[in-house]
Design a protein around this ligand. Structure first.
Ligand code: GAP
Length: 502
């Protein structure tokens, strides 16, 4: 596994802003929590991720079709799906500073020396170790000394805010004030359709793209000649009013999902569940995520969503910890049976071989485009050395993105702005563009600096027109990762680059 540079997250966030991958939404007005914009490089990266998914999951499969549904649907959809009742997070407020937290992410840490409570502090953390560290950091220097000296005989207790005994309460991680009791908070964004702003006009921004697929499943079946098993795939925006958006784009309030609902015979569901767990894991590896930073984690029964019989999360080791990239769930016939019940429409499938009618089971691989983008960015970030134009090693930051995902596939430079080099370089650049390759032309500044800029953008190849080009019609092609420079005939540049980046 490649070593991640220290302070990776801060460095990555800075690079993404500096180079135009990701910006804070409405930044000129101070931003807005949980919303992000993708700049010129970011939007291309994200489009390439979605295109790779569509290509591999839809275009290359005979058993998959695509769909694009509206974001706002009849509100009855969300009653049937269970989201109106079940799509809640436990919320606590600080009575003193008014800070708001998800109760399942606030912990009260007690450190006891026998009967004596040395320290009791509220921390916001996902795991015990982080809570311990935060607790020690929050203590005054005398307590910290005692914690250290008596470390081996102290007892640590950690309680989640929403699971504490009734006579105890967790304290605010920000100011130590009292927290309110946990209450349910529905995460769906509400809006009104039409001119009346009353409850009859209330609708929701979809919190998942999946329900659009379930609602259209019968229309897709009736208008195509699909037979079980088959899948319907969709990429689109989803919205969740997250209590605590965090970790950069990882938990946002507006994000994109890439979802497949794969319909199959009930007795084949386990087989397809296993198939999709493996297929989706391998998809990420194929695009450059290191398999030792990825893992498949099965949900405990208590953790399962209201619709799921079994779920496995594909987790990635982000700099802020191992976290969910995608979920693969066996949704059984829960959704189709609920929609059938609430809509009164027959959603059964007729099997003309067995002459039976039944509701298919559904296996759902559901990934986040923004989380995939963040994982590919984290994986790609690398600091190493490359020789400058005089052959001296220089530190560089390089984004080692998979060529399929790289926003710019190739950059073309004239070594100097004279002797006809810019004209030849521009012609090569135009021929690359005409072949459908994202090419970038740059003639400004020292060539070493131009290479560095492309390294930071993740451009796999740089083509340089130099003195030798004028003599033998060849150019240098520099490989971003190996730094090997090869001479290629000018008229072979397009096939050479196409072969390397496809
Ligand atoms: N249809 C099933 C479903 O929506 P989920 O686990 O809630 O399941 C699926 O979401 C994926 O959507 C997650 O694995 C994640 O990649 C992405 N996702 C969910 N909430 C997100 C958020 N607040 N910000 C960014 N991505 C999110």
């Amino acid at each position: 596994m490649a070593e991640q540079p220290s302070g990776l997250m801060d460095k990555l966030v800075a690079l993404c802003k500096r180079r135009g991958f990701i910006f804070q939404s409405s930044e000129i007005y101070g931003g807005i929590g949980g919303f992000w914009d993708y700049g010129p490089l970011g939007v291309s990266l994200k489009r390439n991720i979605k295109a790779a998914w569509w290509q591999d999951m839809v275009v290359k499969r005979d058993d998959m079709v695509g769909l694009d549904c509206s974001i706002i649907m009849n509100p009855k959809v969300w009653e049937a799906s269970g989201h109106v009742v079940n799509f809640n997070d436990p919320l606590v407020d600080c009575r003193k500073c008014r800070a708001r937290f998800r109760a399942d992410q606030v912990f009260q840490v007690y450190v006891r020396d026998g009967e004596n409570v040395l320290l009791s502090v509220g921390v916001e953390a996902g795991e015990q170790d982080a809570a311990r560290e935060a607790a020690s950091a929050g203590a005054n220097s005398k307590t910290r000394r005692r914690l250290k000296q008596h470390a081996d005989k102290l007892q640590w207790e950690i309680s989640r805010a929403d699971q504490m005994p009734t006579d105890q309460t967790a304290k605010c991680p920000s100011c130590g004030g009292d927290l309110t009791d946990a209450r349910k908070f529905n995460m769906m964004f509400k809006t009104y359709v039409g001119a009346m702003e009353d409850s009859s006009a209330q609708a929701y921004l979809r919190p998942e793209t999946a329900q659009g697929i379930f609602c259209n499943y019968k229309s897709v079946l009736d208008t195509s000649r699909l037979k079980l098993p088959f899948g319907i795939a969709q990429i689109g925006k989803a919205f969740r009013n997250e209590i605590n958006p965090r970790n950069y784009t990882f938990r946002s309030r507006e994000f994109e999902q890439m979802e497949i609902e794969f319909f199959c015979q009930p007795d084949q569901a386990e087989k397809w569940y296993q198939f999709w767990r493996k297929a989706r894991f391998e998809w990420y590896v194929g695009l450059g995520l290191s398999s030792d930073k990825l893992s498949l984690r099965d949900h405990e029964t208590a953790e399962l969503a209201h619709y799921s019989k079994a779920t496995a999360d594909i987790e990635y080791s982000f700099p802020f910890g191992l976290s969910e990239l995608e979920g693969v769930a066996n949704r059984t016939d829960f959704d189709l049976s609920e929609h059938q019940k609430h809509s009164g429409k027959d959603l059964t499938y007729y099997d003309d071989e067995t002459k039976e009618r039944f509701l298919p089971y559904v296996i759902e691989p559901s990934g986040g485009v923004d989380r995939a983008t963040l994982a590919f960015l984290c994986e790609a970030y690398c600091e190493d050395e490359a020789p400058d134009e005089h052959g001296n090693p220089q530190k560089r930051t390089v984004m080692k993105l998979h060529p399929r995902l790289a926003p710019v596939k190739v950059a073309v430079f004239p070594l100097v702005k004279k002797d006809g080099m810019p004209e030849i370089a521009d012609k090569i650049h135009k021929s690359l563009q005409a072949a459908g390759l994202a090419s970038f032309y740059d003639e400004k500044g020292a060539v070493g600096r131009r290479y560095r800029r492309q390294d930071e953008a993740g451009t796999p190849l740089c083509v340089t027109v130099d003195g030798q080009t004028l003599e033998d019609q060849t150019v240098t092609v520099r490989d971003r990762d190996s730094l090997v420079q090869q001479r290629v005939a000018v008229d072979q540049v397009v096939p050479y680059v196409t072969d390397k980046v496809s």
